[in-house]
Design a protein around this ligand. Structure first.
Ligand SMILES: *Cc1c(COP(=O)(O)O)cnc(C)c1O
Length: 356
């Protein structure tokens, strides 16, 4: 049995997957009377009366080519969130096998583990939001899956590559590297190194830099053996026809994405300067993403004030290492200006509490 197969739950290894109508016949020509679709068409003129390709062959081929990998190393899901859930279900026997997360980090890792009744081991990041390697390695017993988010949400920073290497070289479970924000970072994706690590899963998404959060498409890149396992247990038509169509179209406009990233980065820089000038702001943490983690004198008060003015930010103040912190997405120039003006107004109205 391979290293990967050893990590897989017995019931999943034994599982005979559902075979859907479109598994039996590949090709787009023919008279299709196999899937009980509406042969007459649909109420909308959008060409969606047929079930979509369960294997997303065209889309995977395009993504693989662009990313410099092969389609057997690509899995597509209903957002990265589906990938997170599937990985846990493939590897973790409920109530026994564990997932390790490194808070403060993305909330879905824990939620997905909790839903599956899989115990979670938390190893907080250091005060500088980097990996605490000694503590990680002290707690890996029964851990099948370890989530590293880089750039990390909500702290915004890249995780040091050397530390990620150390984890990959010494941990024998599966390491998920969530690169949702990599487009905004000065660092490089780990994708070119994928073939060196059989137990590495890299997640990326169309929800952030590509601006397609509403389309729901997440990607996972991994060894074909891991991709096969995910494919085995996914819902047959997990990526809708409209998602496949729209994403294929979007992939023709990589320059548009790059241009938006450039504008977001310019705005991020400006926003950092403006925020640092406010007396109510204590720290603006360095960011490699499209958001900023900002420590205030009293985050809760600021949060409520902003909400009254219909400016919605994310309150992270109850999260470990993030006390009095709000997470603020970089908006459009006008939105950011309104945000700063509003914070200045708050500062003026709360002059007594904002004295340093
Ligand atoms: C936004 C985000 C994602 C994207 O999730 P989707 O389900 O693909 O929209 C993944 N990971 C992190 C850390 C995120 O912040």
């Amino acid at each position: 049995m391979s290293d990967i197969q050893r990590l897989v739950r017995d019931n999943i290894r034994r599982l005979k997957p559902y075979s859907c109508a479109r598994d039996e016949y590949r090709g787009s020509r023919g008279i299709f009377l196999d899937a009980n679709e509406n042969s007459f068409g649909s109420v909308l003129d959008v060409g969606l009366n047929r079930y979509p390709d369960p294997h997303q062959l065209e889309l995977k081929a395009r993504i693989a080519a662009i990313r410099g990998t092969t389609p057997e190393r690509v899995f597509l899901g209903n957002g990265s969130d589906e990938v997170i859930d599937l990985l846990i279900r493939v590897l973790c026997e409920p109530q026994r096998d564990k997932v390790m997360i490194l808070p403060p980090t993305y909330g879905m890792y824990r939620v997905a583990a909790d839903v599956n009744d899989v115990p979670v081991v938390e190893t907080p990041l250091t005060a500088g939001f980097q990996l605490d390697l000694d503590k990680i390695f002290a707690q890996t017993e029964d851990v099948k899956l370890l989530f590293i988010c880089s750039p990390n949400n909500p702290s915004g920073n890249l995780i040091r590559e050397k530390d990620i290497s150390t984890v990959l070289d010494n941990f024998d479970g599966v390491v998920v590297l969530d690169e949702a924000y990599m487009d905004f970072a000065p660092g490089q994706s780990w994708l070119p190194r994928l073939n060196q690590y059989r137990q590495l899963v890299i997640m990326q998404t169309f929800s952030k830099a590509w601006g397609l959060a509403g389309v729901r498409l997440g990607m996972a890149f991994a060894d074909p053996e891991i991709i096969e396992l995910l494919t085995k247990i996914k819902y047959p038509y997990n990526v809708s026809g409209s998602t496949q169509q729209l994403t294929l179209e979007a992939l023709s406009y990589p320059d548009k994405k790059e241009e938006m990233v450039r504008r977001i980065l310019a705005e991020r820089k400006r926003l950092i300067t403006e925020l640092k000038g406010l007396t109510i702001v204590r720290t603006v943490y360095p960011s490699d993403a499209n958001f900023l983690l900002v420590k205030f004198r009293d985050a809760r008060q600021v949060f409520e004030y902003l909400r009254e003015k219909q400016i919605v930010v994310r309150d992270r103040s109850t999260v470990i290492r993030c006390d009095n912190c709000l997470r603020i997405t970089v908006g459009k120039p006008k939105e950011n200006m309104t945000l700063i003006k509003t914070l200045e107004k708050f500062s003026g109205e709360h002059a007594e509490t904002s004295e340093k």
